[in-house]
Design a protein around this ligand. Structure first.
Ligand code: G
Ligand code: G
Ligand code: MN
Ligand code: NA
Length: 250
């Protein structure tokens, strides 16, 4: 209850901040996009990670205000500092059920003058389960605007791949647990290779998350993965640090 009110205050008073993790386009050989990840610098508890307040935001309905804050700040930051880099923002599945996502996104794009073509939205596959018809309609609207939709944490949910394919997704992000497992077993490598192949059969852009070593990256390049993300490519960093790291590329 108390934390709930504090979270409302935090959004108004800018206690939230964003860090950005690079996404590396393997074919083009450059960073083409960054994922925005929210943090909360709580006046008494110190730094809080999303796992510590996103569930509360979802239960209390604060999530739409929180997501709008993230969207506005991410689009403003990246639009101001870069000309070609895209930004991806995590959206909670329940937002596709309980809010007018399309109108909210249109308002953010108008307010920040950020091009829709450079905005990516990450949503877990549960989005297709809780309210499929509505979610499908909203996603089609977003795609028509030029926004790219990515399935986050791919492989950890319950939706069948065939069913997922009927939604207008641009790509999948293979969950990091699959990439971690590649270290230990040949069968885990083989599973990742097959997921990448399946994604490509369905014409989806395939991102691998959680790449921590050069060996993993080499393996994924061999498997024709499209996009690489993880600590080995780059950790989530402040906008200032991102500028220092990327100004050479742009
Ligand atoms: O940043 P970190 O690795 O701690 O993220 C943990 C989880 O929180 C991830 O699943 C990530 O998708 C989620 N997350 C991070 N930022 C946001 C956000 O702005 N909105 C939502 N809904 N989830 C987020
Ligand atoms: O669920 P989602 O994919 O949005 O989660 C992103 C989270 O994963 C962030 O909290 C980020 O800090 C974390 N993350 C990103 N890259 C790596 C990595 O290479 N290793 C580990 N352990 N975590 C990572
Ligand atoms: Mn994500
Ligand atoms: Na993920």
């Amino acid at each position: 209850r108390e934390l709930e009110n504090e979270l409302r205050e935090a959004i108004k008073e800018d206690q939230l901040f964003l860090v950005y993790q690079p996404r590396f386009d393997i074919h083009a050989g450059r960073i083409h996009s960054v994922e925005a990840l929210v943090r909360w610098l709580h006046p008494r508890h110190g730094l809080l990670m999303p796992d510590q307040f996103i569930p509360l935001a979802e239960e209390s309905g604060i999530i739409t205000d929180l997501t709008d804050w993230v969207l506005v700040n991410a689009c403003r930051d990246i639009g101001k500092e870069f000309n070609h880099i895209s930004v991806s923002v995590n959206i909670s599945p329940i937002e596709f059920k309980d809010s007018d996502v399309t109108t909210r996104i249109k308002n953010v794009l108008a307010a920040t003058h950020f091009p829709a073509e450079r905005l990516e939205l990450e949503v877990t596959e549960t989005v297709t389960l809780c309210s499929p018809e509505n979610a499908h309609t909203v996603m089609q609207e977003l795609k028509t605007l030029g926004i790219r939709l990515l399935i986050d944490d791919f492989g950890t949910g319950y939706a069948s791949f065939y069913y997922l394919h009927s939604f207008p997704f641009h790509g999948i992000k293979i969950d990091k647990s699959f990439i971690f497992a590649m270290n230990d077993s040949q069968s885990a490598k083989s599973i990742v290779e097959k997921i990448i192949g399946l994604g490509k059969d369905y014409n989806l852009e395939v991102t691998a998350e959680g790449i921590e070593t050069q060996e993993q990256l080499q393996q994924l390049i061999k498997y024709k993965c499209d996009v690489a993300q993880g600590y080995y490519i780059g950790r989530p960093v402040s906008l200032e640090a991102l500028k220092d790291n990327l100004h050479i590329i742009e």
